[in-house]
Design a protein around this ligand. Structure first.
Ligand SMILES: [Ca+2]
Length: 272
């Protein structure tokens, strides 16, 4: 489908503007414009170790796609897409499609992360719900991320329980933070973590606190979203990293299921 099934807000605005024009102007401009759909950003993984190939696509003749990777908004003055290309640093890729006689697409956007430190092993101190076990503890370090469908087997789901995992870096390594990739889907009772705490150890027995970050509880229902939440701390050497991702535990007062058990969904933990 090369155009939106529903007339977009931009098109509605364009059409409504026609009413204020003179009859002669309307003859010239009466042909309505439709908006191109967003270009597809196709890549094997969102997380990568060295580099990743990315393809941009919109199956519609005569479409031109422009993109940026520096955070700026793409337009016709930016890089024009010609063929699949490599990304070798963390970035936000943004792309927009143009075609004469059509309204440009909205900007499609996707984050890519270059992994600085591969995690050798992981164990869970708290098991996930039997309903949403993912592919076990290894799901947290396999560089595969889930999508907005919480039923996909990339997600580990915890019902009114915290996630506690111990990462093994394989050897003493200087680290200065972690990121946790999680899902927010309030309609499905899935909430962002209330907080994340990190402790480090050289022997997997004696852990000392490294960092903690709290996140304010939402006061309004939010759109479903994929989130990377960061905890930074003073650079320090560690081989083992214990990460506790704290569940909100109870659905807030404004939620349709107020007082019920909140869910926490996590698909990856990264070392910064
Ligand atoms: Ca994963």
């Amino acid at each position: 489908m090369a155009f939106r099934e529903n007339v977009s807000d931009k098109t509605k605005s364009y059409l409504s503007n026609q009413h204020s024009k003179s009859a002669s102007e309307q003859k010239i401009m009466a042909q309505p414009q439709f908006q191109l759909s967003d270009p597809l950003i196709i890549a094997g993984q969102q997380l990568f170790e060295k580099a990743i190939s990315v393809e941009l696509r919109l199956g519609f003749p005569g479409v031109e796609i422009y993109y940026t990777t520096d955070g700026s908004t793409p337009d016709r003055n930016k890089e024009r897409y010609q063929a699949p290309f490599q990304i070798d640093e963390s970035c936000t890729l943004q792309a927009i499609a143009y075609k004469d006689g059509w309204l440009p697409s909205d900007v499609a956007s996707r984050d890519f992360f270059k992994i600085r430190q591969r995690i050798a092993d992981v164990s869970l101190e708290t098991p996930p719900s039997e309903k949403y076990p993912g592919k076990g503890a290894a799901s947290l370090i396999d560089l595969n991320t889930g999508n907005l469908d919480y039923r996909s087997d990339n997600w580990l789901g915890y019902e009114a329980a915290h996630l506690t995992a111990v990462l093994d870096l394989g050897q003493p390594t200087v680290i200065e933070g972690i990121s946790v990739s999680c899902l927010r889907d309030h309609h499905s009772w899935i909430f962002s973590p209330a907080g994340i705490s990190v402790a480090v150890s050289s022997d997997n027995k004696n852990f000392s606190p490294a960092g903690q970050q709290s996140f304010p509880a939402p006061t309004l229902i939010g759109e479903a979203a994929l989130q990377f939440l960061n905890v930074s701390f003073t650079p320090q050497s560690a081989r083992y990293v214990r990460v506790q991702v704290e569940n909100l535990m109870t659905l807030p007062d404004w939620h349709a299921g107020a007082g019920g058990k909140a869910w926490l969904f996590v698909d990856e933990i990264l070392i910064a």
